[in-house]
Design a protein around this ligand. Structure first.
Ligand code: FAD
Length: 391
């Protein structure tokens, strides 16, 4: 039985939303609970999403995808989250392939995009974060040295999600030492690594179990040799090549947060209306209904910012400010809704069978990743408000 949707029906991309919703009905809370308990990858869900063409939505039709705009991908991820599922299992494919689309060679596009669209290949892993550089991306130390017709990669990544469930890895590495670069973001390059070729031969993947089921790993590169043709775009321009992908990532994850917020508001509203204590519905108490109503208002406002960021992205802009604001506001709204929902459920909010505690853990991630709130605020302060750079 589909869950009641107290937080209202979005009016955009209704066909896509219906398709995503119908698919999600086959993957109810029990499915996600079992995966969470076993720390297992939702293989069947990802396969069904691929089969339905929904995971390839942003890939152009010429390469076997549906050629849909970013806002349609947002609608799909939002519906997955709203159903109680977790799009984090596969959302990266929707933004990592943008780097290939915009900066890849025709050969890379023809070789990879149709295979990604059909599900033959998975591009689920995006390796940026390193243990010693943290949010200071330009300080990353993984180095790819050109050696004839190949690059030799040495270094380490941390928190690379889904590497064990992906064939391809989009990797950001240095190709020129930071000291030699004019700007600290110069000298970084993007590579599309076929992990099937190098696993056990220079690449080691080690699982990094976390608070939520997110298939997180550490990657170790030890003289990993990859063909020079793995380079995406221009050598040394990698940071700029992934920027628009990062904006897409923020907007898509913001849409997931809106889905989470609506999930929590739906569940909290239904429970508050039905649970009777002191001879009346708990939702009759303002102390119960106001936090839900406040979370609803904040989620609706954040949804407008997500739509605006997606609109600008689709118009060809690089909407750094809007993408960052959308991610921050939507993650905050989802967290506020999660807290209100947990509180509304009282002790039952902690019972696994209600899915609230799992979704509460899952949605908390987005205040920290892919970019923490502090870094969003620092970006806005510097780039929008013109205040001195703080980092
Ligand atoms: C479940 C999970 C999945 C992830 N998946 C991926 C992935 O697939 N690929 C990938 O590349 N990364 C991934 N990440 C990494 C994630 O993007 C980083 O954890 C995040 O960006 C924060 O980096 P850090 O952990 O190194 O924190 P740090 O850089 O150590 O920062 C720690 C804290 O200090 C704050 N801080 C640091 N500097 C400043 C400053 N100048 N001003 C104010 N505050 C500051 C930060 O906001 C943060 O709160 C994932 C992380 C998690 C937890």
């Amino acid at each position: 039985m589909p869950e009641p949707r107290a937080a209202g029906e979005p009016a955009d991309h209704t066909d896509i939303r219906d398709a995503a919703r119908r698919l999600c009905e086959d993957f109810p809370g029990g499915y996600w609970r079992a995966k969470d308990a076993a720390d297992a990858y939702p293989e069947e869900f990802v396969a069904a999403l691929t089969e339905a063409g929904l995971l390839a939505a942003p890939i152009p039709e010429a390469y076997g995808g549906s050629g849909l705009p970013l806002s349609a991908a947002c609608a799909i991820l939002e519906e997955i989250q709203r159903s109680g599922g977790n799009g984090g299992a596969c959302h990266a494919q929707m933004y990592t392939m943008g780097a290939i689309l915009r900066h890849g060679s025709e050969e890379q596009k023809e070789r990879y995009l149709p295979a990604i669209a059909s599900g033959e290949l998975r591009l689920q892993a995006f390796g940026v974060t390193e243990p010693s550089s943290g949010v200071d991306t330009a300080a990353l130390g993984t180095f790819a040295r050109r050696d004839g017709d190949r690059y030799i990669v040495n270094g380490q990544k941390v928190w690379t999600s889904r590497a064990e469930h992906s064939d391809l890895l989009l990797l950001l590495a240095r190709t020129a030492p930071r000291e030699e670069a004019r700007k600290k973001t110069d000298g970084l390059s993007v590579f599309l690594v076929d992990m099937r070729e190098v696993l056990g031969r220079g690449l080691t993947i080690r699982p990094l179990p976390a608070m939520l089921n997110h298939a997180t790993t550490e990657l170790f590169f030890d003289d990993m040799a990859i063909p020079a043709s793995s380079l995406v775009g221009e050598e040394g321009e990698g940071f700029r090549h992934i920027l628009s992908g990062m904006n897409a990532e923020r907007i898509l994850i913001a849409a997931e947060c809106i889905g989470d917020a609506r999930f929590f508001i739906d569940r909290a509203t239904v429970y508050a209306a039905g649970r009777r204590v002191f001879g009346r519905a708990i939702g009759q108490n303002q102390g119960v209904q106001f936090p839900i109503a406040r979370a609803y208002a904040h989620a609706e406002a954040a949804a407008l910012m997500v739509a605006e960021a997606a609109r600008r992205f689709e118009a060809g802009e690089e909407p750094g400010a809007q993408a960052n604001m959308a991610k921050m506001l939507a993650a905050d709204a989802a967290w506020e809704a999660a807290e209100a929902c947990l509180e509304t459920h009282g002790g039952f909010g902690f019972a696994r069978e209600y899915d609230i505690e799992r979704k509460w853990r899952e949605t908390r991630l987005y205040r920290t990743a892919p970019v923490p709130t502090n870094l969003v605020l620092a970006y806005l302060a510097e780039h929008v408000l013109g205040l001195p750079r703080s980092y």
